[in-house]
Design a protein around this ligand. Structure first.
Ligand code: GSH
Length: 233
């Protein structure tokens, strides 16, 4: 039976903007697997009630349900060990875990400050109030206040990327010679922004920019073909 992936969508079914869902899309392509998209909105909690929680991505592989992008990565290697691995060994798993936590705690917040209003404007009408209320509670300020200093936020984002640049100068990918988990995690964050916002996050002479182009080309341009803003290219 074909796999199904519940993915966060905006007003349009094909505006798929979750960084975590994008990781999974890239991971599936890495393993040569595909899954049908089930577009999901923030307030469709009942639709994923079968997973026992309220976040996407949720993967259904036959009878097996797996949620959380990291758990999905582990599941895919366990269920499909004959296909290219996402974690070659325990050392790769540990390094990717560190990279994931670094991204989620630093990069995601830096990008969110720059795109939160664009996210809001692309949401389905039925999600807008939920998104505003839940995020304003989380950040203790209005969305507009959270997004109030874009120039400083852009400088902060470029600073956050400082430890990544030397890696991408020495290596073609964050995972080394070939793309891997670190790349899918990092790229998910950039694709999140690209799908909802025309903002130019990187200058073309930034090594991260060239890497991002390579990521957009992977797997027959999977991410480049997605509904998104094309201002980067
Ligand atoms: N740790 C989870 C995080 C998943 C997550 O935060 N998903 C967001 C979409 S980007 C979500 O479903 N949010 C629902 C909500 O805020 O109600 C993973 O790695 O998959």
């Amino acid at each position: 039976m074909a796999m199904k992936l519940w993915e966060l969508a905006g007003a349009e079914d094909d505006r798929l903007f979750s960084p975590y869902c994008w990781r999974v899309r890239m991971m599936l392509a890495h393993k040569g697997l595909s899954a049908g998209t089930v577009p999901w909105r923030f307030t469709d909690k009942e639709a994923i009630g079968f997973s026992g929680q309220g976040l996407v991505p949720v993967l259904l592989d036959g009878e097996r349900e797996v949620h959380d992008s990291w758990a999905i990565a582990e599941y895919l290697d366990e269920a499909y060990p004959q296909r290219p691995l996402l974690f070659a060994d325990a050392q790769a798993h540990a390094s990717a875990l560190f990279f994931r936590l670094w991204c989620e705690r630093n990069l995601h917040l830096a990008i969110l400050r720059l795109v939160i209003l664009d996210i809001h404007s692309h949401l389905h009408d039925r999600d807008k109030a939920y998104f505003r209320e839940s995020r304003e509670k989380r950040f203790g300020k209005t969305l507009e206040e959270f997004a109030a200093e874009p120039t400083a936020a852009l400088a902060a984002l470029r600073g956050v990327l400082d430890p990544v640049r030397p890696v991408l100068v020495q290596h073609r990918y964050a995972s080394g010679a070939a793309p891997g988990m670190a790349d899918y995690i990092l790229f998910g964050a950039f694709q999140w922004a690209r799908v909802v916002s025309p903002i130019r996050l990187l200058e073309p002479d930034d090594p991260v920019y060239a890497w991002r182009e390579r990521m957009l080309d992977l797997y027959d341009g999977l991410a480049r073909k997605a509904k998104a803003y094309a201002v980067w290219t």
